[in-house]
Design a protein around this ligand. Structure first.
Ligand code: CIZ
Length: 308
């Protein structure tokens, strides 16, 4: 896209945000141009919390659909918009509420811990939500003898299981982008950059193979924070590539090598500057959750926030 067009679109968006009394919250995996316009940039929980504290009545969520739903759950009286309804999440689609109900019936008495990458219907069938930064703490908040059903990400679940003594059953779900991150290129990068710190997201498909090689296994916000705090000058980053924009911008002088340059989520990239502009112009696409589902799903999110 020519720079002049990008600039003028960005200016129009800034001015429309004011006219519409809207704030723009964006996920760390969004395209750089959208990150630059964000009033809040971070992970899905941070986005929803920021939205809850914002005085503005219109929240434009630049992320994927479950993120807009979480914002809608925590902000029932605000208008929650997403620029493209097709910005879905492959991980969230790995489990439906019917499938979860059937699984629960095979494990009566088990507690359900749902990663935030789930639909509101699945959250409503769960006892508590978790993010990649608090999953271990959430699981360990249950009595040790209680069985846990962990949905939907098996890699995050495996990581939690490797660190806790709990009886955790895993749903066979995964993120189609993070499964593309394999161990061989990471081993090569480690050889090429022996001083680099290796920061890994727990959704990665090579989690089991690479867990022992990682300096830290972190959520996106955890990776951002670690890059700021670490004295290392080079980092190997195993997660969706959108995070590199922020890492490079906020850490001049440090180098970031993507473990898989092709690990780009096409759903995250559905949101473009044009669609952001149209979303503000037409106040579309509005994301709402039916009240009965919302009440139960909200409880799962609120229980997580109370624990973490
Ligand atoms: O909670 C989020 O935003 C997700 C899905 C990942 C992360 O680590 O930020």
């Amino acid at each position: 896209m020519p720079e002049t067009l990008t600039l003028s679109l960005a200016d129009k968006i800034r001015s429309l945000k004011k006219t519409r009394n809207a704030v723009l919250v964006a996920h760390n995996y969004q395209i750089g141009e959208i990150q630059e316009l964000a009033d809040y940039l971070g992970d899905s929980l941070g986005m929803a919390k920021f939205a809850a504290q914002a005085r503005e009545p219109v929240i434009l969520v630049c992320g994927v659909h479950f993120m807009a739903e979480s914002a809608a759950l925590l902000n029932p009286n605000k208008t929650i918009l997403i620029p493209d309804l097709e910005a879905g999440c492959s991980l969230s689609e790995c489990i439906t509420a019917d499938q979860l109900r059937a699984w629960k019936s095979e494990h009566p008495g088990a507690a359900v811990v749902a990663y935030v990458n789930t639909s509101a219907e699945v959250k409503a069938e769960s006892d508590v939500c978790c993010t990649s930064s608090n999953a271990l703490k959430i699981v360990e908040s249950f009595p040790p003898e209680r069985e846990i059903l962990f949905v939907p990400d098996m890699y995050l679940g495996q990581w939690v299981r490797s660190r806790s003594q709990r009886k955790i059953h895993l749903w066979n779900g995964s993120c189609h982008t993070h499964v593309r991150i394999r161990s061989e290129p990471i081993l090569q990068l480690k050889q090429q950059h022996p001083k680099a710190e290796f920061l890994m997201h727990p959704e990665c498909g090579c989690l089991t193979a690479c867990m022992h090689l990682a300096d830290k296994i972190l959520s996106t916000d955890g990776i951002i924070q670690r890059a700021h705090e670490s004295s290392a000058k080079e980092f190997i980053i195993a997660t969706e590539t959108g995070i590199l924009h922020r890492l490079n911008k906020e850490n001049p002088g440090k180098k970031f090598y993507p473990a898989a340059p092709e690990a780009t989520c096409e759903f995250m990239k559905k949101n473009t500057l044009e669609k952001v502009l149209w979303s503000l112009e037409d106040l579309r696409y509005r994301v709402t959750v039916p009240e009965e589902t919302a009440q139960k799903a909200r409880q799962s999110l609120e229980r997580m926030m109370a624990i973490s």
